[in-house]
Design a protein around this ligand. Structure first.
Ligand code: THU
Length: 135
């Protein structure tokens, strides 16, 4: 799948964002090694703490369906569907990525228009704590 297609799916995923408190809409599209895509949006909560980020929604959907191998994640985020700036995943979501993906896992960050950033998990979460350390 082309990077731009995965980013378009992340924008589509953001349409379902449930954000009555922040109005900050986030969408994620997670590509498995077998070419399947899982979408995720952020889901907020009146108690704030239970809020789930879009990236984790996508990962947890996929992992709960038995998926374990991933090749890329596309994300977009912005107030009210306006993806004018590059949005970067929070630290908790980076840690969840590190549970299942290695340093080469690709994180594609889209915005309005066709431009995007292509980063790796190693770049956005260096010196990560992972299951390796527990062996
Ligand atoms: N959010 C995400 O969905 N992903 C992130 O990586 C950071 C933040 C959401 C959570 C909340 O609904 C809104 O963005 C504002 O923090």
């Amino acid at each position: 799948m082309e990077d731009t297609e995965l980013i378009a799916l992340a924008k589509k995923a953001a349409e379902n964002a449930y954000v009555p408190y922040s109005g900050y809409t986030v969408g994620a599209a997670l590509l498995t090694e077998n070419g399947k895509v899982y979408l995720g949006c952020n889901i907020e909560n009146a108690a704030y703490g239970p809020t789930n980020c879009a990236e984790r929604t996508a990962f947890f959907k996929a992992v709960s369906e038995g998926e374990r191998k991933f090749s890329a994640l596309a994300v977009v985020g912005g107030k009210n569907f306006d993806f004018k700036d590059y949005f970067t995943p929070c630290g908790v979501c980076r840690q969840v990525m590190a549970e299942f993906c290695d340093d080469k896992f690709r994180v594609l960050i889209g915005k309005n228009g066709d431009e995007y950033l292509s980063l790796t998990l190693g770049e956005i979460l260096p010196y990560s704590f992972s299951s390796e350390k527990l062996k």
